[in-house]
Design a protein around this ligand. Structure first.
Ligand code: 5GP
Length: 185
């Protein structure tokens, strides 16, 4: 069985963060990569757990040092996948990245064996409700994120798999089955 790099993407509010955490809790042989970001922590987010929250100059320096497997800019903030952690961990375990579509496609270019999974909402209205209920973003920011949804979903065909997050438990089982089948390829 091979260790695989699994990329989970999907529009903001689709529930991919929850799915990623549950997958890690249930599967000891999967490790979650923690990204670096220049955005400010939201209430309850912890440095080193949710993200490594760093300043822009530090981020730019890490780009220069080729410290990221990929990085992208999102609503004026940078997000990047630390290269060393992923490559080292892959020697022992599967690694899960929860990153945006552009990042996922960049990963596929350099690591064609990576498995790209797009999480999709049961409906666009559902995702708007989830964002509103999260109470972390202003109305204006929610609108920007809604515009981004179509952009991300349009890239679905470039991903290896799509999983609808209608029933959380079922979505997790679907992803676990994808991972199992990919590991024995
Ligand atoms: P948020 O600010 O809501 O935590 O994340 C915004 C977007 O950035 C999400 O789509 C998330 O998956 C994506 N993201 C998080 N970390 C990374 C990363 O390391 N690289 C890329 N390309 N996107 C990321």
């Amino acid at each position: 069985m091979r260790n695989i790099l699994v990329v989970l993407s999907g529009p903001s509010g689709v529930g991919k963060g929850t799915i990623a955490k549950r997958l890690i809790d249930r599967n000891n042989d999967i490790s979650l990569s923690i990204s670096c970001t220049t955005r400010n922590p939201r209430d309850g987010e912890i440095d080193g757990k949710d993200y490594f929250f760093i300043q822009k100059p530090q981020f730019l320096q890490k780009i220069d040092e080729q410290g990221f497997l990929e990085y992208s800019e999102h609503f004026e903030n940078f997000y990047g996948t630390p290269k060393d952690f992923v490559l080292e961990t892959l020697k022992e375990k599967d690694v899960l990245l929860e990153i945006d579509v552009n990042g996922g496609l960049k990963i596929k270019e350099s690591y064609p064996d990576a498995v790209l999974i797009m999480i999709t909402p049961p409906s666009i209205q559902e995702i708007r409700n989830r964002l509103i209920n999260r109470h972390t973003e202003s109305e204006e920011k929610i609108e920007l994120r809604m515009q981004r949804i179509e952009y991300e979903l349009d890239k679905q065909d470039l991903y290896d798999y799509s999983v609808v997050n209608d029933q959380l438990e079922q979505a997790i089982i679907d992803i676990e089955n994808i991972i199992k089948s990919e590991k024995i390829k």
